[in-house]
Design a protein around this ligand. Structure first.
Ligand code: HEM
Length: 367
């Protein structure tokens, strides 16, 4: 009898382990882009305009320019910022890359055609962190060897990486390729056309990511940035949030909603860039419809569940560690969107303005 009980316990343990193992393996296969029999691969949609990031290089400023301290100077500026502003820097990078590629068009206050810039577009009015980019740029321009060398687009890419590192306690740690040039144009109306809306469902969000060369997995992975920072009350609807949190948010936001009031995006660990976001999505406690809608398709739900679960595979905490890695990879991929070369852009002197045109040559001296 005793032997039978031991055997039964052993058999059930083996069953549980193999079940966990096969589930985890199917997810691992998917995460690395392999297909297994019976599993559908993630759709690969070609981007509307292919990223042209081949000229970018890790360590670009140390290898090719007179400004080897570029990354260090940006890191120091980001370190001095508050967690909220650091969150803002990650969002700034996303909003930059989604409109006209990662070319610092989001930083412009004024262009030569005089039309309102992205910065003045509705979805961008709540962006923050500009002063950190300006401080880094100013520190760089003050150094003789760095003057006119480091693009604002690269400063933003470095700053988003450094903010991710700090807010994840060092778990998100990836190399940033650099060598981007800054664009000349910026148009407020494009903010509505190119940026995904918070009330959009999964098909809207994934289509807008696909238009930038980012797939469904990138969409799920990058949405994890909603584990930090804040949101205005006007950006979400408490009716679709689970009731306990929904009621708390109603108290803070007021009825009717005071659109200007803000709340933390992640009510549990507001300043930690971590997988709590996926647990919030599972429990209906994420703010936006775009977040909640990740549970509406089997493929995106599977990823949410995987990152949230912290499944133990052979003693290794898998979901969380994998998300930190995937987030870094997806940020690198986002940083490749429609990058400009020296022919299509410039190195701005001030990040909010395109450089003044070179002064015309002096008139010939009269004899
Ligand atoms: C999936 C589509 C996305 C939608 C619909 C969306 C929408 C929003 C909205 C509406 C806010 C709050 C703005 C406000 O009311 O103040 C916000 C905040 C934020 N988003 Fe997203 N977002 C998306 C994807 C992303 C991505 C890809 C990232 C970065 C990788 C990101 C990073 C952030 C951060 C860090 C904040 C907080 C900013 C702060 O505290 O200043 N979002 N997002």
């Amino acid at each position: 009898m005793g032997k039978l009980v031991v055997l039964a316990v052993l058999a059930s343990l083996l069953g549980a382990v193999s079940c966990e193992l096969s589930l985890s393996l199917s997810i691992i296969y998917k995460l690395y882009g392999y297909t297994t029999p019976g599993l559908r691969p993630y759709p690969i949609r070609p981007p509307s305009s292919a990223p042209s990031a081949t000229q970018l290089q890790v360590g670009y400023y140390a290898k090719n320019t007179t400004c080897p301290k570029a990354e260090e100077i940006v890191r120091n500026a980001v370190r001095n910022a508050s967690p909220g502003i650091q969150a803002g820097l990650i969002r700034l990078f996303f909003h930059d890359c989604f409109i006209r590629g990662c070319d610092a068009s989001v930083l412009l206050n004024l262009t030569s055609d005089g039309i309102p810039t992205e910065r003045q577009g509705g979805p961008n009015l709540s962006l923050r962190g500009f002063e950190v980019i300006d401080a880094a740029k100013e520190a760089l321009e003050a150094l003789k060897e760095c003057k006119g060398v480091v693009s604002c687009a690269d400063i933003l890419a470095f700053a988003a990486r450094d903010a991710s590192y700090i807010l994840s306690d060092g778990y998100i740690n990836y190399d940033v390729k650099a060598g981007r040039y800054d664009g000349f144009k910026s148009n407020a109306s494009e903010t509505f056309e190119e940026l995904p809306p918070p009330f959009g469902d999964l098909s809207v969000t994934t289509a807008m990511f696909a238009a930038k060369g980012l797939d469904e997995k990138d969409t799920v992975v990058l949405s994890g940035a909603h584990s930090i920072g804040r949101s205005a009350c006007s950006s979400f609807n408490t009716a679709s949030i689970e009731p306990v949190l929904g009621n708390k948010l109603n108290q803070t936001c007021g009825i009717p909603v005071n659109g200007a009031t803000t709340v933390p995006q992640d009510y549990k660990t507001p300043d930690e860039l971590d997988v709590q976001y996926y647990r919030n999505v599972q429990s209906g406690a994420a703010l936006f419809n775009s977040d909640a809608s990740l549970m509406t398709s089997p493929r995106t739900k599977e990823l949410v569940d995987f990152y949230a679960a912290n499944s133990l595979l052979l003693g290794f905490i898998f979901g969380e560690t994998q998300w930190y890695k995937d987030f870094g990879k997806a940020m690198v991929k986002m940083g490749d969107i429609e990058v400009k070369t020296s022919k299509e852009g410039q190195i701005r002197e001030k990040c909010a303005l395109v450089n003044p045109p070179p002064s015309p040559p002096p008139p010939p001296m009269p004899y």
